[in-house]
Ligand binder design. Structure first.
Ligand code: ADP
Ligand code: MG
Length: 691
């Protein structure tokens, strides 16, 4: 018998209210939920052996007959053992279960079971600890490829496997398939019912591969269709036509000449701005590549065409800094720049609104405060967001909604591997700035252990004596879970305030040291940042509030304490705060961590300055889900597809999506209606996708 995806899990035989409640804890309430709860991994339990033939250390299935009554030994409080001996023709297998006393009654003398586990010992006597087992002939957890599900508290893999197995359609039955038959035939994809059976209970690696391919294709196909529609909707809209200025004129106001990459990016923008179709462009460039000056060019062209621009930054520090830099870059060209943040006073706000209404502001820079309802930008023609990954699609949309299809420019310093960019920014065009301004020297990166701290401080002093400035970043106190901070053996965490105090009083009493962290009042924070930028401080101790975008060219040394606590991309961003001028710069990662991941990360950072390589490495280490945090980019979550690994299928699915939409743009043909339904469900955040 087969069940429909929309039926409740309690429709399945053997799933009663108690188990249904456990499953509901994972959000699994329907048959369809179970079917799409995909394994995160598989264990190969297909190899069989006799007891005597089992290689010590190998994980194998061993059929053996239980020869002794299982008995429980109570070792101490919290430690019970069940011991049992099983035999085959030649050997004896001694089995021990830890803290699973209930198994005493599950094994019966004289019956044959298949045990799967790691064997230890030599010759005819072998040992196994905590094996998986089942009566011979069942074949659910032994003798096959066993799925391993993402688990949470209170639900075992066996219970999940069993529940999902009950939901699987029987061989020969079909499920309503959202992929049209013609498409499946063309791309050699198996049908949905078979895909569910083979992804959860594959009988071979080939079956598993076929199932994955089909499900990954499906997922990326629907995603691509949605993204194509989003993009198509934009292409039909009428945007502000900005043809009033010339890029060449703007360049004469710049204190430097553009790199070739900056010029290309600026030309891309100029073309989009003049096209009449709203621009939607991502400028992607490594830290220090000079994205701001390119954005300024776009602002210039927009202003010369009589439109206003708005730039939204994720933090006040960054908004302030953009205000300073962009004022410098643009005011000589007659562009009027204003700032609005959460700490702008009511009076100033009112005044600003008036100037905006009168068209006396060409560029408004600010934080989220820009989205507030009270802010009206009557001739909004260009919206710029800095550090895209910190804004959800919705926030970007809220700002965009203040104008009529304004142009959109996104600047990102997070180098995103191309496959991921395709998905996350699927409806954006991308300009890559793959070149640093001339004269930059690569930042040299070292890892040091804490026992070398005094030598490192000597190096700090040397930098300061040469007239340079130093950042020291510590993990923020608030971010550290308490238990972890107290774990014996956990490296002692450096908290910003205490660290700064020690430096001020003990290590560098003669130097100018101050600190910033996220919990400080914005005004206080800005005062410190401004002092550092003005060269009035030698050493700035900080949390990652300085992570993105802060620009002080005279800073030549970045020290990161407890470096193992930061992600790769984050460390790369931090390192990007130095090496912004012509002087040689260094980054020192302080860490005593021995863990393998930490070692890999720190090593990767020491060996390359290439943000793209680092991002790829990060993606490998952390997986795409973690890369941006869940749903931050506002796109549907992927269940099976792995954007780092499934590039080929991604390209195939995108191509198929484009072809389908070319034939049937609104997906009105009967064969395509299920596709449309799925895309609408997937893009629930953009309900008007097919209007
Ligand atoms: P990011 O891409 O990290 O935002 P910025 O726009 O902050 O980089 O630029 C980094 C620094 O390089 C700034 O001080 C900026 O003035 C300078 N800069 C940008 N473009 C050039 C260039 N073509 N030549 C020299 N300096 C440049
Ligand atoms: Mg920047």
């Amino acid at each position: 018998m087969s069940f429909l995806p929309e039926e409740p899990v309690t429709a399945l035989p053997g799933i009663g209210p108690a188990r249904a409640e456990k499953l509901a804890g994972l959000g699994l309430t329907t048959v369809g939920d179970l079917l799409t709860w995909y394994p995160r991994d598989y264990e190969d339990r297909t190899r069989y052996s006799t007891i005597a033939g089992a290689e010590p250390g190998a994980s194998v299935c061993i059929p053996a007959m239980v020869a002794t009554q299982p008995y429980t030994a109570h070792i101490r409080k919290g430690l019970d053992l069940v011991k049992v001996k099983a035999v085959d023709d030649l050997g004896v297998l001694e089995i021990t279960f830890f803290n699973q006393s209930y198994l005493r009654t599950a094994l019966h003398v004289g019956e044959t079971y298949v045990f799967f586990g790691r064997t230890e010992g030599e010759g005819r006597r072998k040992r196994m600890t905590n094996p998986a087992f089942e009566p011979q002939g069942v074949g659910h957890v032994t003798g096959r490829i066993v799925p391993i599900y993402p688990l949470t508290e209170g639900i075992s893999n066996n219970l999940l496997t069993d529940s999902i197995r009950r939901a699987l359609p029987e061989p020969g039955t079909a499920l309503p398939d959202p992929l049209p038959d013609s498409l499946r035939a063309e791309h050699e994809l198996i049908d949905l019912a078979t895909a569910y059976r083979w992804i959860h209970a594959p009988e071979s690696w080939e079956q598993l591969e076929a199932a994955r391919r089909r499900l990954v294709f499906e997922e990326l196909f629907f995603l691509s269709i949605g993204l194509c529609r989003l993009k198509g909707r934009r292409d039909r809209a009428q945007g502000p036509v900005c043809r009033g200025g010339r890029l060449e004129d703007y360049l004469t106001y710049l204190p430097f000449s553009f790199t070739a990459a900056q010029r290309r990016a600026a030309e891309d923008c100029a073309r989009d701005l003049a096209s009449g179709v709203p621009m939607n462009r991502l400028i992607q460039g490594d830290v220090g590549s000079g994205k701001t000056a390119v954005a300024a060019a776009a602002v210039y062209l927009t202003a010369k065409s009589g439109y206003q621009s708005a730039l939204m930054a994720p933090t006040e520090i960054l908004a302030e800094q953009h205000f300073r830099t962009l004022s410098e870059l643009l005011e000589p060209a007659g562009i009027r720049v204003a700032l609005l943040t959460g700490s702008t006073r009511v009076r100033a706000r009112r005044d600003l609104n008036e100037r905006l209404a009168l068209g006396m502001v060409d560029l408004l820079i600010g934080t989220h405060a820009l989205i507030s309802e009270q802010v009206t930008i009557p001739d909004l023609g260009l919206v710029i967001t800095d550090e895209q990954h910190r804004f959800g699609v919705n926030q970007r949309a809220a700002l965009t909604a203040k104008g009529e299809h304004p142009h959109v420019l996104v600047m990102s310093a997070t180098p995103i591997p191309r496959t991921l960019a395709l998905m996350i920014y699927g409806d954006l065009d991308v300009s890559v700035i793959d070149e640093l301004p001339p004269g930059r020297q690569p930042v040299e990166t070292f890892r040091v252990h804490t026992d070398k701290r005094q030598r490192m401080y000597g190096f700090v002093r040397k930098q300061v004596e040469e007239g340079h400035q130093v950042y020291i970043v510590c993990p923020s106190v608030e971010e550290t879970p308490e238990q972890e901070a107290q774990l014996p053996g956990a490296p002692e965490l450096q908290s910003v305030t205490e660290y700064a105090k020690t430096l001020q009083t003990k290590v560098f009493p003669d130097l100018r040291v101050d600190y910033v962290h996220g919990k400080m009042k914005p005004k206080a924070k800005e005062a410190v940042m401004a002092a550092f930028a003005a060269g009035e401080l030698d050493i700035l101790v900080s949390t990652t509030v300085i992570e993105v975008g802060v620009d002080v060219a005279n800073a030549t040394l970045m020290i990161v304490e407890n470096a193992e606590r930061f992600g790769l991309s984050q460390l790369h961003q931090l390192r990007g705060r130095v090496g912004r001028g012509s002087a040689k710069s260094w980054c020192v990662l302080v860490s005593d961590a021995r863990g393998e991941t930490a070692q890999t990360r720190l090593k990767a950072l020491c060996s390359t300055n290439d943000g793209f390589l680092i991002a790829e490495e990060d993606l490998k280490l952390r997986g795409p889900g973690d890369f941006f945090g869940s749903r931050q980019h506002g796109l549907p979550q992927l269940k099976v597809a792995d954007l780092a690994g499934d590039t080929r299928v991604l390209q195939e699915a995108q191509q198929a999506a484009r072809e389908l939409l070319a034939r049937d743009p609104d997906l009105e043909e009967p064969e395509n209606r299920p596709v449309k339904a799925r895309v609408i469900a997937l893009f629930e955040d953009s309900p008007d996708i097919f209007n």
